[in-house]
Ligand binder design. Structure first.
Ligand code: GLP
Length: 234
């Protein structure tokens, strides 16, 4: 299940190839997308394939895993901004076909419900991309007593706030809450690709070789039929 690859570049290239094959096979597929620093190389590779006319995003639909509560789409650390700048603005995807939770929604419970219904209306996710938090979170599903099901509003753990503080002016500016797609929705994706850099080796091994527990949310992926984990050696 864990495929060890030489380095970040190779991980990004192999992942891009998987995405390219999937899109070519099914041009209107639903991609589940992720943010964080890990998938940036994959997105750059997809943009290159698009520019080389080897990939067409015209019919592709996307749903993202998560969004910070309280950040507008124009905020440079919002996940909408991230997706626009790293992928959507650089390829021929139709903006109406790209979906993220709305972190500015006035009622989070209503927004979570809307997001689940939207994913359902697309027929679920064909290919889900994941990173992994250093505490084993996927999306923003933090370690907990039970696995989440549908989209949830979550309180971020101090560990996650600390890990993501590097991207903000200081830890005080990191939102304390986020909206995250639930574990069940992720598990219903037909195929999952998880990318991890070398610094995540220990948590990846804990998640995929240790017991399945909501204390390590990514461990549930052991029960998924079609997961590829690309772990970079350096
Ligand atoms: C954030 C995101 C996750 C991501 C994780 C790891 O918390 N919500 O989806 O996987 O960070 O990010 P990075 O790839 O920067 O280590």
């Amino acid at each position: 299940m864990i495929q060890r690859v030489d380095n970040y570049e190779e991980m990004s290239r192999i992942a891009a190839k998987l995405f390219q094959v999937a899109i070519q096979k099914q041009p209107g597929l639903v991609l589940g997308l992720a943010t964080g620093t890990t998938p940036i190389g994959l997105y750059d590779n997809l943009v290159e394939l698009y520019r080389a006319r080897e990939l067409d995003f015209h019919f592709v639909r996307t749903v993202n895993l998560d969004e910070y509560v309280g950040l507008t789409a124009a905020h440079v650390q919002s996940y909408r901004y991230f997706m626009n700048t790293h992928l959507f603005d650089r390829v021929n995807i139709q903006r109406d076909n790209t979906h993220l939770p709305d972190g500015m929604a006035p009622d989070l419970a209503v927004e979570c419900k809307r997001y689940d219904e939207m994913v359902d209306s697309l027929g679920g996710i064909d290919l889900q991309l994941l990173g992994i938090g250093r505490n084993g979170h996927i999306g923003f599903n933090e370690p907990a007593d039970v696995f989440s099901t549908g989209t949830v509003a979550v309180d971020l753990t101090d560990d996650t706030i600390d890990a993501n503080a590097r991207l903000f002016a200081n830890a005080g500016e990191v939102p304390k809450k986020a909206i995250s797609m639930g574990i069940k929705t992720i598990m219903l994706a037909k195929k999952v690709v998880l990318l991890a850099t070398a610094d995540k080796k220990d948590i990846v091994e804990k998640a995929f070789l240790g017991p399945i527990t909501p204390r390590v949310p990514a461990s549930i992926l052991q029960a998924h039929q079609n997961v590829t984990v690309l772990l970079a050696k350096e």
